[in-house]
Design a protein around this ligand. Structure first.
Ligand code: S3P
Length: 192
């Protein structure tokens, strides 16, 4: 006789999974891999925003400023979490600064914070595509990290420390992280 799935496993199956965290945490690459593990579609919120706007994020920041970008970010997240099919979504690093976004995320999704230290993450981040990090990336990164950590924590259902997965000699951090998240969320991949 097959085991009855736990209520948590059943609930998780019907909700979006949203990855949050600072730039460089691997939200998009781990998200893609996680979506594969869960046989779900993947959506990168930044990519969706750029597609809808017909402009890149640096162009939007340059032409219209951060406030316009944040408004588009909220629209994009709202559209993604209202989709019927459960998705894996990589949110932009600053998605948690708005209370409206935090509510959207917690109402409709399971949120996973990919957490790493500023020293570790800044070295993995290409500032060219991140307008907020162009000048003095380390100082900007530390400031943003300080401002946002409490928000990531408040919205997170699960917190995953990513650095141990990137330890020297391990060439499969994305896959290991994705599998770790599946386990932590109590997804039962064998559910019908
Ligand atoms: C931002 C992070 C970026 C992008 C935009 C703003 C931020 O996404 O949304 O440049 O405020 O930290 P990533 O976290 O994918 O780099």
């Amino acid at each position: 006789m097959s085991e009855v799935p736990s209520p948590a496993a059943v609930a998780a199956r019907d909700r979006h999974v949203v990855l949050v965290g600072m730039p460089g945490a691997g939200k998009s690459s781990v998200g893609r891999r996680l979506a594969r593990e869960l046989s779900r579609p993947f959506a990168d919120a930044d990519e969706q925003l750029e597609l809808a706007a017909g402009r890149t994020i640096p162009q939007i920041f340059r032409d219209d400023g951060e406030a316009t970008f944040r408004r588009l970010e909220t629209q994009t997240l709202s559209e993604l979490v209202s989709r019927h099919t459960p998705l894996v979504i990589a949110a932009g690093g600053g998605a948690v600064i708005s209370e409206e976004n935090r509510l959207l995320l917690s109402e409709h999704s399971i949120v996973v914070w990919l957490r790493g230290s500023a020293e570790f993450l800044v070295g993995r981040t290409d500032p060219t595509h991140r307008p907020l990090l162009v000048e003095d990336p380390m100082a900007a990164y530390e400031r943003l990290d300080r401002e946002r950590s409490g928000h990531y924590e408040s919205v997170a259902d699960e917190i995953v420390d990513i650095e141990p997965f990137h330890s020297a000699g391990d060439d499969k951090p994305k896959r290991l992280l994705a599998r770790h998240i599946v386990e932590r969320l109590g997804f039962d991949l064998a559910l019908p």
